[in-house]
Ligand binder design. Structure first.
Ligand SMILES: [Ca+2]
Length: 366
């Protein structure tokens, strides 16, 4: 990992100077050199102490995932959503079994859209119930919806619809889900129409809080507005964090509170304007394209796409610690006991995949 630092810094410089056509897009070759990961051949090393974290070696758990987007732990392994419309079950031993999802509306895999976030009910192992966010086409327009799925032992079937008609586009579809008891949090993108993020009658550019019962109307579920393309969500204690892509650099992590306006497109990054909330954290001039996030008492852990890193942001000092920087783009992260689990995202046309990509990895941090 250390040997690549110089290369990585020069790449960062190149990326920083290049035009930035789409938030997640890579404009230069990545530090990922296309070779299979070789941890298994390395001797076991002592963890590296860094800013209070004991960082172990990155371990590849499973390989050959197809454009994975979100991960969720189940009792005997993992569920991984894949953009084309499948959900892969990954066993604790790393065996991948890919399953179709029976939907009443077809998944539209376009640009950044497709089958995106999944969120499992707490009793998933008994009921097989989960929620999923996916892009679809309606009357020639790109839209997004959140559906309830049930695992029937062989496939995932749509067993309910929570919300439909969320504005979509080739880019900026949002798509992260977070289930917390009887409510589900949903991030939506501005669907490439920035002003919709300020429009209180539009579901675009919002964070929604939807009762699982479906009670209420969609506009009543708008919890916060002024978001460009939020891609990560995590609740730690009472604090809800969301990661979000800036226009050119200035990606944000916000602490989300009810009724607040997070500024897009009126302000970006640390610009200020009365009545608008400035980010809890922003990345500066160079795009990171943050995606999934996880958190504990001390850190927010964040997967990044353009930045090709998994980072830990100290919740007090906001100091950033690089945890992983040599697997290419990273889409999602999950914290489980002493380990972070995360997925690369090199197979969706924007990365530089190895023959084993995409992969689910594990990193011990304690
Ligand atoms: Ca903002």
């Amino acid at each position: 990992m250390m040997k690549r630092s110089a290369l990585f810094l020069s790449l960062l410089f190149l990326i920083g100077c290049a035009p930035q056509p789409a938030d997640e897009e890579m404009t230069e070759p990545q530090s990922n050199d296309g070779q299979p990961v070789e941890e298994s051949q390395s001797p076991v090393e002592e963890p590296t102490e860094k800013n209070g974290l004991a960082i172990g070696e990155v371990e590849s758990i499973s390989q050959k995932l197809n454009s994975p987007w979100s991960i969720a732990k189940v009792s005997d392994g993992w569920l991984v959503s894949e953009r084309g419309g499948t959900i892969s079950r990954v066993s604790d031993q790393g065996t991948v079994t890919r399953h179709e999802v029976d939907l009443t509306k077809e998944v539209l895999e376009v640009g950044e859209g497709g089958l995106l976030g999944i969120a499992l009910s707490e009793d998933f192992d008994d009921t097989g119930k989960l929620f999923a966010y996916h892009t679809y086409e309606a009357s020639g327009q790109v839209k997004n919806r959140v559906v309830e799925l049930t695992w029937n032992g062989e496939r995932f079937e749509e067993t309910g619809v929570l919300i439909e008609g969320i504005p979509g586009a080739r880019f900026h579809n949002g798509g992260r889900l977070l289930l917390d008891g009887e409510v589900i949090w949903v991030t939506t993108g501005d669907a490439l129409v920035p002003n919709l993020a300020q429009d209180e009658t539009s579901l675009a550019g919002k964070i929604l809080r939807i009762p699982v019962s479906g009670e209420g109307t969609p506009t009543e579920w708008i919890y916060s507005r002024g978001h460009r393309n939020p891609q990560g969500l995590v609740l730690v204690g009472e604090t809800l964090y969301a990661s979000e892509h800036g226009d050119t650099g200035h990606d944000e992590v916000n602490v989300i509170r009810e009724g607040q306006n997070y500024g897009w497109p009126l302000i970006e990054g640390d610009q200020t304007k009365e009545g608008l909330v400035i980010p809890w954290f922003e990345v500066g001039e160079t795009s990171w394209a943050p995606s999934g996030i996880a958190a504990d008492e001390e850190y927010v852990y964040m997967a990044t796409l353009r930045h090709n890193q998994l980072v830990a942001i100290n919740r007090q000092s906001k100091e950033v610690t690089t945890l992983v920087e040599d697997v290419g783009r990273i889409r999602d992260v999950w914290l489980e006991e002493d380990s972070l689990y995360f997925i690369s995202n090199n197979t969706d046309g924007r990365g530089n995949p190895s023959s084993e990509d995409d992969q689910l990895y594990r990193l011990t941090i304690r």
